[in-house]
Ligand binder design. Structure first.
Ligand code: AHM
Ligand code: MG
Length: 335
């Protein structure tokens, strides 16, 4: 029988590789794993909403059912507050930063940017959704109030990032800057088990993922790249295949394993791109680079952008390194 490595065992083994590690960061990851299991449980019940009570309907205890994205936000906030290692969070569900003022949090070294349930509109139709997170060391001195700047760090300063995909199975994928590892939730034992060690994104791919409904407003270079993907050229495996779920985590996860490029260019509705830099693009870009891929906004690496606000958006092109390089050729010729 294969030896199964659980997420907690893996974290402890990795911690042992860093002399002087205090276990604080390990504890943080452990708490993310617990919150992920709670959200998994709720997401999997979503199809039973009609039976269990719909959003907006008051349940037997007189409480209104929460929307799942709000539920996920509360679960992660509560769990990370309880960890004592995290002193504040910025999430898609909250306009400002959330400072954990409890005594046991004030000495926490870490801040987290998070999209607690990305793609949540997909839940109603039983399509994969995800949680995306990004971990930084606070830069304001311990014992002082957290500052906005603690959350506005460049993606290259992330000390860890990851996502949970609630799909046909639930997986937690993360990196601490030393490769990418994936864990699948074994529901029979309630543990995330190492199933995808040291994930390497293929340098080339045959998949491109984009909402082509917005084509008319794409930059010329992006339009040309899409036409290039569609050209018939058997020696280069073209035409490529379009795969677009409309759920960033699921689209990226597939492309990271198979090889591909995800594009969210500027559109008429979102002239600066739709996806958020701090808790969607940065963690995904970190995982892309850690698995051998690349991520750009069309001009510079996503990870080198200095964020100005918590919820800012950027265009993103992320995936297999040679596909990103090819796209850049088109963008550079046009600019
Ligand atoms: P959300 O944060 O409101 O859920 O939106 C983010 C989602 C991503 O998961 C996905 O990549 C994108 O929106 C899809 O957008 P579109 O429907 O415009 O193609
Ligand atoms: Mg989102």
């Amino acid at each position: 029988m294969h030896k199964v490595t659980t997420l907690n065992q893996f974290i402890i083994e990795k911690q042992g590789e860093y002399p002087g590690a205090t276990g604080e960061f390990s504890s943080l990851l452990h708490h993310i794993g617990i919150a992920a299991k709670k959200v998994h449980r709720e997401v999997n019940k979503a199809g039973l909403a009609e039976i269990l009570g719909r959003v907006g309907v008051v349940n037997a205890q007189g409480e209104e059912q929460q929307k799942l994205d709000v539920f996920a936000d509360h679960i992660f906030l509560d769990e990370l507050r309880a960890s004592g290692q995290c002193c504040g969070m910025a999430t898609e569900e909250n306009s400002g930063i959330i400072v954990f003022n409890e005594g046991w949090c004030r000495d926490g070294k870490y801040v987290i940017c998070m999209d607690p349930l990305d793609g949540s509109s997909n839940i109603d139709v039983n399509v994969s959704v995800g949680t995306i997170f990004s971990i930084y060391k606070r830069i304001s001195p311990m014992g002082h109030d957290l500052a906005l700047d603690d959350f506005l760090q460049r993606g290259c300063d992330q000390i860890a990032a990851g996502y949970i995909v609630y799909g046909s199975s639930t997986m937690l994928v993360y990196s601490t800057g030393n490769g990418v590892n994936g864990f699948t939730l074994d529901t029979s034992i309630g543990e995330f088990c190492l199933s995808h060690p040291d994930i390497q994104m293929p340098d080339d791919g045959k998949l491109y993922s984009v909402n082509e409904g917005n084509y008319a407003n794409f930059p010329t270079g992006v339009k040309q790249y899409i036409k290039y993907c569609q050209e018939i050229d058997p020696p280069t495996d073209r035409p490529y295949t379009t795969r677009y779920i409309g759920s960033l985590v699921a689209d990226f996860h597939r492309n990271m394993l198979r090889g591909g490029l995800f594009l969210y260019p500027p559109t008429a509705a979102h002239p600066r791109g739709k996806l958020r830099l701090n808790y969607e693009c940065n963690p995904i870009a970190f995982l892309a680079e850690q698995s051998g891929g690349a991520a750009t906004d069309g001009a510079i690496d996503i990870l080198s952008i200095k964020p100005q606000t918590i919820h800012e958006r950027v265009p993103i092109y992320v995936g297999s390194r040679n596909m990103v390089a090819k796209l850049m050729e088109f963008l550079e010729t046009e600019n």
